[in-house]
Write a protein that binds this ligand. Structure first.
Ligand code: KMH
Ligand code: ZN
Length: 274
């Protein structure tokens, strides 16, 4: 089999309002519909944030469990829950996300300025979250917003051992105001600093989305796209659906001779619990 590209879709996030982006999936039905479309378009993983009945970000355990179950019934996608939540979420609530028994979860490797806010990930929290992923057999994806976080990942692996699933898989998040700039030179610097043998995807937020997508494909990486990261498809043209972002990523991956990785292959690749 030739090389493939793992495409992760991040359809919702915690920062954008439904009022500003009507295509944002915020109900369970919308999320399941989006997941089905994105799977058909070439996604292998879905990175999930959920919203409450008023479309506000929430880490409510019942909603998270129901969401995991509904996505599992409706798709074969690898279900990765966000443990980042929103910048206002408590550490306890973020740790409890794992009780919803997803296939995988995000794990951010350090604190970072986040626009006017701060996204807090102090070392003891990182370690506790990491240890729980190992106990509960949940595959972590290491979210890296800057080079200092790559150093923290090295420390985490050295002090706590390898991740559940056996693969160190990272997501480089570029272009957040306060983190790495969304350009090729930052991407290459981060990739060069990763632990030996690590695999990675990349995403650029806002207007850096397309440049980072091209840079990631050129550098042999995997891709993350979705309305969590950008609400603009092209200059002056809002995103109409998450699926169109996945379709574009899949088409470009095909041009790069690394077509989308099917969900079943993504499960094997990441070492998801059977
Ligand atoms: N919403 C951000 C504060 C993650 O999902 O793990 C954090 C975030 C990262 O989106
Ligand atoms: Zn997220």
């Amino acid at each position: 089999m030739g090389a493939t590209t793992l495409i992760t879709v991040a359809p919702t996030g915690a920062e954008s309002a439904k009022a500003d982006a009507p295509a944002l999936p915020v109900t369970l039905d919308e999320l399941v519909g989006t997941a089905r479309e994105c799977e058909a378009a070439g996604a292998g993983v879905i990175h999930v944030h959920v919203r409450d009945e008023r479309a506000r970000p929430t880490l409510d355990p019942v909603r998270l469990r129901d969401t995991v179950q509904a996505l599992r019934e409706a798709t074969g996608l690898v279900i990765q829950l966000s443990t980042g939540g929103a910048v206002t979420d408590s550490y306890a609530d973020r740790l409890r996300v794992l009780d919803a028994a997803p296939d995988g979860c995000s794990l951010t490797c350090g604190t970072v300025n986040f626009g006017d806010d701060v996204f807090m990930n102090p070392w003891p929290f990182m370690v506790e979250l990491y240890e729980r992923t190992r106990e509960l057999e949940i595959v972590p994806e290491f979210e890296l917003f800057d080079l200092g976080q790559v150093a923290a990942l090295h420390r985490l692996l050295a002090e706590c051992g390898p991740p559940y699933g056996g693969r160190v898989h990272c997501d480089l998040v570029l272009g957040v105001p306060g983190g790495m700039p969304g350009d090729a030179r930052s991407l290459v610097a981060a990739v060069q600093a990763l632990p030996a043998g690590a695999t990675w995807s990349a995403t650029g937020v806002g207007r850096t989305s397309v440049p980072v997508l091209f840079a990631a494909l050129s550098a042999g990486g995997h891709l993350r796209v979705g309305m969590e990261d950008t609400l603009t498809f092209a200059r002056g043209r809002p995103v109409r659906s998450n699926a169109e972002l996945v379709e574009r990523a899949a088409a470009l991956a095909g041009l790069a001779q690394r077509p989308p990785m099917p969900p079943a292959e993504a499960r094997e690749f990441l070492g998801v619990r059977k």
